[in-house]
Design a protein around this ligand. Sequence first.
Ligand code: UDX
Length: 441
Amino acid sequence: MGLGYVGSAAAAGLSKSGHDVLGLDVDRGRVADYQQGRVHIIEPDLPEMIQSSLRTGKLRFLHNDDVSEELGDLVLIATGTPPSANGAADLSQVRTALRWLRDRVSPGTVVVMKSTVPPGTGMNIVENELVSTGIRYVSVPEFLREGNAMHDWFHPDRIVVGADDTESAEVAKAMHTGIDAPFLVTDITSAELIKYASNAFLATKISFINEIASLCDIVGASIDDVTHGVAMDPRIGGASMRAGVGYGGSCFPKDVRALDYLALTNGHNFELLRSAITVNNRQRLLPLHALRERFGRLSGIKVAVLGLSFKPGTGDMREAPSVDLIQALTEDNAEISTYDPVVNSPARAGLTENVRVCSGIQESVEGAQAIVVMTEWGEIIKADWDALSQSMELPKFLFDGRNCLDRDKMIGHGLEYRGVGRNGAVRRGVAPDLCQRARTE
Ligand code: UDX
C-alpha cells in the first residue's frame, strides 16, 4: 500500500523475487501510469524491474477503490509519514491504510509496517486498532538510499524485523527469500527505534564532520586530509563523512526532527540531536554568507546554482539544501539561474518565477559572477570548467558546496575557489605527490 519510493521499490523487489504482488495507491493518475510501466520517480533500474514484472504477471497495480478481492497473506504499508508543523511524524495516512485493510484481510494476515513510524506506534496499533482482529503485525524498517534503492533492496546490510510472535517473524523472513543478509529479530518498538537511531546517527555524523570543516577553515587545516585521517580508524569509518552544505531528502531531516520531538514529549532533551539540526540548518546557508562576504550586497549579482536535487541520482527536491539557499538569495535580490540534470523545469524545481531554470550548465553559467555547486552530479564535476570560467564575468567566484571539484584545477581555470573546510589549508614544503601517496595507501 502506497506507491512512493519505498512502496515502489518493495513492489519491484518482491515481484522480482517471485512473490505475487498487488501494488495499491489512492492516486488514480499514478496507478494508471504504473499499470503502463511508467514510473513517476527517478530511480535506477526501478522502471525496468516494474515493466519486467508486469510482463511476467507477478505484479499488478490497482487503485484502492477498485479492489474487490481479499488481500493476500501479507500486506505491506508504505504510505507517507510526512512531518507535521511541530516536527512530529504525521501518521494519518498510515491510520487510514490500517482502517481500510482491516475489512479486506482474514485473520492470520501479517501487516508489515515499512513506513517510518515513531517508536511505540506499532504497539499502539497492535493494542488498539488490531486488537481482536486476528491480524498480525510486524515492523520491518526500511534502510534504502534514494538512487540506490534496488541495489539496497537486494543487498541490504541487515534485515530488521520487530515482531511479537515467531510465526509473524517467519512470514517476514519468507518475504525476503533469496536475499542474503543478517536477519535481526527484535520486539516491535526496538525495531522502530533502530530505524530512527540509524538515521539520526548518520545525520549527526554529517553535522559533526561539518563542524570539523568549520574548524579547518578557522585553524588552516584541510578537511580532505582531516577526514581521511580520521576515517582510517575502522571504528569511525568514512561513510557519511563528506563535509558540505548538509543533509536533505525525505528521511534524515524528517526522522531527526521526529526523534527529537519524541524525546522531548517524553521528557528527554536530546541535546546532541538538537545540535545536529542546528548545524545542518547553518550549513545550507554557508554559500550565502560566502557570497555576501565577497560581494557585499547581492542585489543584481548574477549567481548560477548548479545542482538542485538533495543528492545526485535522484530528482527528489524534498528538504534539498538548494531550496533554502535559493530562497535566501532571492530575498537578497540576486539574479539566479539554475541547472540540474534531472530537476530541469520550474515545476519540478518548485521554485519561484524569478529563478531561471536552464537546460544546460553552460547556459546557466553564461555571464554569471558566481557559481554555487549544491549537488555533486557527475555531469557538473566533469564539465568543461575552463570553458565555463571563460563565459563568466569577474570575479568568477565559485562556491563548491559539496567539495566535489579539484581546488587547484579550479584556481588554474581562473576561478576564485571556496569549499567547505578547504579554505585555509596550505601545504608547506612537502611534495604534493607524497601527500597523495599517503592518501591512497
Ligand atoms: C538515507 C539513509 O542513508 C537511508 O538508509 C534511509 O533509509 C533513508 O535516508 P537517502 O536520504 O537516500 O538515505 O540519502 P543519503 O545518501 O544517506 O544522503 C542523505 C543526505 O545527506 C544527502 O543530502 C547527502 O548529500 C547528505 N550527505 C550524505 C552529506 O552531506 N554527507 C555525507 O557524507 C553523506
